[in-house]
Design a protein around this ligand. Structure first.
Ligand SMILES: *Cc1c(COP(=O)(O)O)cnc(C)c1O
Length: 406
């Protein structure tokens, strides 16, 4: 028996469904650096769509460090870290990050995503339990899926429920009656990537301490944004030594690419033995490590960048509110502009693009149904004129589409 159909016909059918539902994503293509003014699909626009919080991706010190590393050490690293792919630059970056974060040791990964899928299965095995915030990032969810540990989810930022779940887990032990959990890991984003709200870390840490659990904070959107010189949410709340594991990204405010896990030396040593993305995927090109080292130095040498990021953020949020927009529950530079209806959000983004502003719409299933929004981030690099131009476009298009009145 044979069936005659096009190869991968099932994918074509699924794509048709996505298109019919208006959920098909086309990629916008950039032909400039990802700075504040970008050329996208052939049009020059002001971008509010990057995670490049401090403008570091085009900072002269990062560019020079990357060029120098390419000339001296070549374009690629040539192997995984555990074979011959550990260069002095990789270890230097880890030492710099450990010093910066004030922890014993750091291990870098190819991305923040692989940091989470690497660390969570190593820390939480079959005898352990993972307790996770409902709105944690996809890479945490995948890390949990790869872990052998059972998991429970607590409602977003709900410390009281988290406490109850921890109490129950400690009192009852494993559901099959086989005794107590060996360890419990509480996992949370430091800053949540869609709403820009901050995890209630002091309450989470207290609850974890009360029931002998460890805490993992994923600071992808807090690295370079919160805390002294951008040391992250643990530093922001003064919780040093009370959070066992800090995951960070080098791909957002740091301006390059990569992720890292910061914590006690035993953690780093175990990750080197067991973390699968570390063991089975090639290490960063030398230019990436060198640029990241330069970025850590820039964070320490140029505190004005973070000041400017927050000044721009405060101004942008205040002006949007004055124009009548709802910016949700954000406490950080991630500024959602709430729309509600998915089609309206997509239309809003399209019209803004025509008016010279690149702000991306985010719709279900990335956010809840009825919570469609534009997701914007202003950076330290945006000038006053650029922000004014963006705000004027929001005002014009917002009125045109009936999203604001007055
Ligand atoms: C972006 C993000 C990541 C992934 O980081 P990359 O370095 O881009 O892979 C992980 N966790 C959170 C919370 C993020 O927002």
């Amino acid at each position: 028996m044979s069936t005659h159909s096009e190869p991968l016909a099932h994918l074509a059918a699924e794509l048709d469904e996505l298109k019919a539902a208006g959920l098909f994503r086309a990629l916008r293509v950039m032909t400039s650096a990802n700075a504040t003014r970008v050329t996208v699909d052939g049009r020059e626009v002001i971008s509010l769509s990057s995670n490049n919080y401090l403008g570091l991706n085009t900072h002269p010190r990062l560019i020079e460090a990357a060029l120098d590393a390419v000339r001296r050490f070549g374009a690629g690293s040539g192997a995984v870290r555990t074979i011959s792919g550990t260069m002095a630059l990789h270890e230097e970056l880890e030492e710099e990050l450990a010093r910066f974060k004030d922890v014993e040791a750091v291990l870098t990964f190819q991305s923040g995503f692989t940091a989470n899928t690497g660390v969570i299965p190593v820390v939480a095995g079959e005898p352990d339990l993972i307790v996770s915030d409902q709105l944690n990032h996809a890479s945490i969810i995948d890390g949990m899926r790869l872990a052998k540990a059972p998991r429970v989810i607590y409602p977003h930022k709900d410390v009281a429920t988290l406490r109850e779940l921890l109490r129950e887990a400690r009192e009852r032990g494993r559901p099959d009656g086989s005794g107590a959990y060996r360890s419990i890991l509480v996992v949370t984003d430091g800053v949540f990537s869609m709403d820009g709200d901050i995890a209630p870390l002091p309450g989470i840490v207290e609850a974890a301490e009360a029931f002998g659990a460890d805490v993992l904070v994923d600071d992808a959107h807090a690295s370079g944004v919160l805390g002294r010189s951008g040391r992250g949410s643990v530093d922001h709340f003064g919780l040093h030594s009370r959070v066992a594991i800090q995951v960070g990204t080098l791909s957002k405010a740091i301006g390059v690419l990569g992720g890292y896990v910061a914590g006690p030396l035993v953690l780093r040593e175990m990750l080197v033995q067991r973390a699968r993305p570390f063991l089975f995927s090639t290490s960063h090109p030398p230019a990436v490590a060198a640029a990241c080292i330069a970025a850590v130095h820039v964070l320490e040498d140029e505190p004005e960048l973070i000041e400017r990021l927050w000044a721009n953020t405060r101004r942008f949020k205040a002006e949007l509110a004055r124009l009548g927009f709802d910016t949700g529950i954000s406490e950080t530079p991630i500024t959602p502009v709430m729309v509600g209806d998915a089609a309206a959000a997509i239309r809003f983004a399209d019209r803004l693009f025509e008016e010279g502003v690149f702000a991306t719409s985010v719709v279900y299933p990335t956010v809840a149904l009825g919570a469609a929004r534009l997701r914007t981030i202003v950076t330290a690099a945006h000038s006053d004129d650029e922000l004014d131009a963006c705000l004027a476009a929001f005002d014009r298009v917002g009125h045109e589409l009936g999203l604001v009145s007055g």
